[in-house]
Design a protein around this ligand. Structure first.
Ligand SMILES: [Zn+2]
Length: 303
């Protein structure tokens, strides 16, 4: 048996968990959260993380010697500073080094999409459904689109720390400008926001994705139908490009858009049309761990 510690740093809360790992199965030893209080700034966030670690140690009677942390944004391997975080006070800070200093221990770090992919690949949907999977791609399709690659139970970060950042691959000009500075990114087309933008562009009316799906189900709103067709077509094209490059055994789809059942039927059919192969054997899975994937995946960084 082994005890591992994970921290999930979010914009509003910091969650910590101790997991007991034994023969591929796991149980939660301790789990707690404190508010991030990011309005108090960078130094305060470091202190709050330290508080989570101290509380976990006190409650469990376990001495923590290393931990994994999931962060919004990515540690740039060359500068060792954090980038692309929506908790903006973390950007350009030597977050890993500062945290290791304040905690007095070595840590591992990954962004939230990578933690999601790692958790589902090692503790979640994949071991249950595709037990021999070696290569797993985790997708988060929500307000944005993120992704993470897990190979033999390890995250592939890559040279720039952007391994798996599929959301900013070029997909089609009709997506328009993306916040990242490019145009036509995957995220501009098949994220919840991208689909809502499309519906608004065609009708002049803004509706939530949930309402658009309800309208689609009535069959009476041609633009809602076109929005879902757009999702299916571009999900197929976008995911096919992943399969042609890393050829994963399983793809786990999380996030609000990932809940749409149509993705697992017509969506997979669409992927099949665009891959460089006659058959499609990659398994498409719904995630199993829910909100816990972030903190469990962080812990698995140090397993
Ligand atoms: Zn982009």
């Amino acid at each position: 048996m082994k005890i591992i510690c994970g921290i999930d740093l979010g914009g509003t809360k910091i969650e910590g968990a101790l997991l007991s790992i034994k023969n591929g199965s796991f149980s939660v030893v301790e789990r707690l959260r404190v508010p991030t209080e990011k309005e108090h700034g960078y130094q305060h966030i470091l202190e709050q993380i330290k508080k989570v670690v101290t509380l976990l140690e006190e409650k469990s009677g376990t001495k923590i010697t290393t931990l994994g942390i999931g962060t919004p944004g990515t540690l740039d391997p060359s500068t060792q500073t954090l980038k692309n975080s929506n908790t903006v006070c973390l950007n350009d800070q030597p977050f890993k080094k500062d945290l290791e200093k304040i905690l007095g221990m070595p840590i591992e770090m990954a962004n939230d999409a990578n933690c999601f992919a790692l958790a589902e690949a090692t503790l979640g949907a994949v071991p249950e459904k595709v037990p021999n999977a070696k290569v797993v791609f985790g997708i988060i399709m929500g307000t944005g689109v993120g992704g993470g690659i897990v190979i033999n139970g390890k995250v592939l970060n890559g040279r720039h720390g952007i391994g798996g950042e599929w959301g900013h691959n070029f997909l089609h000009e009709s997506g328009g400008p993306c916040y990242c500075g490019q145009t036509g990114c995957v995220e501009t087309i098949i994220s919840g926001t991208g689909l809502e933008n499309f519906y608004e562009r065609e009708t002049g009316t803004r509706k939530s994705l949930k309402d658009i799906i309800s309208l689609y189900q009535t069959g009476k709103d041609p633009v809602a139908n076109a929005t879902m067709e757009r999702l299916i077509t571009y999900f197929g094209k976008g995911v096919a490009s992943i399969i042609n490059v890393i050829d994963p055994d399983a793809i786990v789809i999380g996030g609000g858009v990932g809940n749409i059942d149509l993705l697992y039927t017509e969506g997979v059919g669409s992927v099949k049309k665009y891959i460089f192969n006659k058959t499609l054997e990659t398994q498409f899975l719904k995630p199993k761990l829910g909100d816990s994937a972030g903190v469990f995946g962080a812990a698995m960084l140090v397993n």
